[in-house]
Design a protein around this ligand. Structure first.
Ligand code: FHN
Length: 583
């Protein structure tokens, strides 16, 4: 009891000290100090996300039946009552948890930090907290300090240790699991905030996390002011610790970094960011979830994210005993080998804001600028004629080589730089070519500036599913629809948070003889708009269709179809963008 009183006294004193910071202000920090604090994060490129808790015991099944959606949400989607769920903590027994193996595997994959769920929405704490008995100390028979073991292993291998903490807490009396998506008020908000602050102080004082990774900010009773107050509280407690933007309201709050989820922004962003992705489908371990991403998809995803200036935070969901699903080791091993063989192209590059290329990605070394430097071309789709055209850029001088240094012949074309790849063999996952230059110039870029904020959900043409016979797909850069009744494309859309979204579509169309309507559905939501013709198929228009509400968390189906498609009309769709609307 003494510990609890001292924690609450400390919090009260600290909260008073912050009174002079008005609710809407974050603690002042110069750009230099902020950039310095974010430096290691920005250089990391790749981190490990771990979803581990009592839900891991259930492996996505309840009473012998698989439960839909994410396994860590099983209490909600399995309609498990608190009386049924709370005692399950007694079975939590990470006896096979080998912190050294976890962290060594992460390091060998090329990961520079890790973030583990210390308290997910279920509310159980993976450390022995003084302010609750629903934790590893009292609610389980397990008595090791697994967070301490992981922190020690991170220190041993030079990996930064981070902690995930959910604002949502279905065990705390102030909230209820069955109202997970509809709870508009918290029936003891002040008490719960004091509880959270005490727990966060424990995590900081015991494990000194380099990152505090919040989640659950979307609940209606949590406000931007609450988040900024909590941000300031933590900045005082641990001035060098990095805090993600879900501490407040992610659609509008960008400090310290943005957190797109199971989605990669279509272009670079004007703030630090990290995209978190599952390695299969569910965050928490789900026995039936065999939707493992291929080694190629994972490597190319990391390259896509890194070349746009972000980090990939890749999730593993350990089994109840603390062991990892076998498939995860293979994926991380392959990623580690590729990262190790391309160190310059992974850890010494940054976003170059260069024109999008249909065959892969572009970045430049950190020391480059328009006058001189070195480009890295990451080739996903090997050109059939073995001639790589880097479109829309020219340079005064060009010297191209394979990643390992073998010279490659180049020629300057009207619309870009062409590199002869015939003397080298493509890498199974992605081939890197170096291009040293002087006097780099960008030709006019295609399409309108999307002005992305980073938390948009983007459906790219390359990720669409559709009946190929009905559509022409000349490249991954767009889907071409010609006059075909009932033609449609669909995507799996991962919704990170229930919210209203402004729906936009980047398209071009010609041959309009009469108006055509685009119809977009996402889960049960639907929106439609007439399409105006564009000056040409290469001249893209950003259409705003309007606002829809997505009241789900997790994967739903999105579909694009057309009504009254005009004869002899042709459409090219680059992307559909869902922009979260801050409440
Ligand atoms: O509801 C959580 C979900 O369980 C998981 O933790 C992801 C990972 O960031 N975040 C929320 C869904 O957006």
């Amino acid at each position: 009891m003494k510990t609890i009183i001292s924690s609450i006294t400390k919090i009260a004193a600290l909260t008073l000290a912050l009174q002079n910071t008005t609710a809407q202000d974050v603690i002042p920090e110069s750009k230099e100090a902020f950039d310095q604090r974010m430096q290691w994060f920005n250089d990391s490129q790749f981190g490990l996300f771990i979803h581990y808790g009592v839900y891991s015991n259930l492996a996505g099944e309840w009473k012998g039946e698989p439960v839909e959606r994410y396994a860590e949400w099983i209490q909600r989607w399995g309609n498990i009552t608190p009386d049924e769920y709370t005692p399950l903590a007694a079975d939590f027994n990470p006896e096979q948890l080998d912190a050294d193996l976890w962290v060594k595997t992460a390091k060998e994959a090329g990961m520079k930090y890790m973030v583990i769920t210390t308290k997910h929405h279920e509310g159980v704490c993976l450390w022995d907290s003084a302010v609750t008995e629903y934790d590893i100390g009292e609610a389980t028979t397990f008595d090791r300090d697994i967070l301490g073991e992981l922190k020690a292993a991170c220190d041993k291998y030079g990996i930064k240790f981070g902690t995930y903490y959910s604002i949502i807490d279905w065990h705390h009396p102030s909230q209820r699991a069955e109202k997970a998506l509809s709870q508009t008020t918290n029936n003891d908000k002040a008490g719960y905030i004091t509880y959270m602050k005490a727990q966060l102080q424990e995590l900081i004082e015991r494990y000194d996390p380099a990152i505090m990774w919040f989640d659950g900010d979307w609940v209606k009773w949590w406000t931007m002011e609450d988040g900024i107050d909590l941000y300031n509280y933590l900045r005082e407690l641990s001035p060098e610790m990095i805090i993600n933007n879900r501490v407040a309201k992610r659609a509008a709050f960008k400090k310290d970094y943005g957190t797109p989820e199971n989605s990669t922004p279509g272009a670079s962003l004007d703030h630090f960011w990290e995209a978190c992705w599952t390695i299969n489908h569910s965050w928490g371990y789900k026995k039936s979830d065999q939707k493992w991403k291929s080694h190629t998809e994972l490597i190319q995803k990391q390259i896509d994210i890194n070349t746009k200036g972000g980090n990939l935070l890749l999730n593993i969901g350990p089994k109840s005993d603390g062991s990892w699903p076998e498939a995860s080791f293979g994926q991380l091993k392959t990623m580690g080998a590729w990262n190790a063989a391309h160190q310059d192209a992974v850890y010494s590059t940054e976003n170059a804001n260069l024109p999008i290329q249909a065959w892969g990605k572009l970045a430049w070394s950190k020391t480059s600028n328009a006058e001189s430097g070195e480009l890295f071309a990451y080739i996903f789709d090997w050109p059939s004629d073995e001639k790589l055209l880097i479109k829309l850029i020219l340079a005064d001088t060009i010297t191209a080589s394979a990643y390992e240094g073998q010279p490659l012949p180049t020629t300057t074309q009207k619309n870009g730089i062409e590199i002869d790849l015939s003397s080298i063999t493509p890498n199974e996952y992605a081939t890197v070519v170096r291009v040293k230059y002087n006097g780099l110039r960008k030709l006019k870029s295609e399409g309108p500036d999307l002005k992305l904020a980073g938390n948009e959900l983007i459906l790219q043409a390359s990720d669409a599913n559709y009946q190929k016979r009905k559509l022409i797909k000349p490249s991954d850069d767009f889907i071409a629809f010609s006059f075909r009744p009932k033609v449609e494309a669909n995507w799996a859309l991962n919704v990170p948070a229930p919210s209203k979204y402004q729906v936009k579509m980047l398209y071009s169309c010609i041959g309009h003889t009469k108006k055509t309507k685009a119809v977009i559905t996402a889960g049960s939501a639907k929106i439609e708009s007439w399409l105006e013709p564009t000056p040409g198929l290469d001249a893209y228009n950003l259409l705003e269709l309007g606002i829809i509400e997505l009241d789900q968390v997790g994967a739903i189906q999105a579909k694009l179809s057309f009504q009254d498609m005009a004869r002899h009309s042709h459409y090219q769709i680059k992307s559909i963008i869902f922009v979260p609307v801050s409440e």
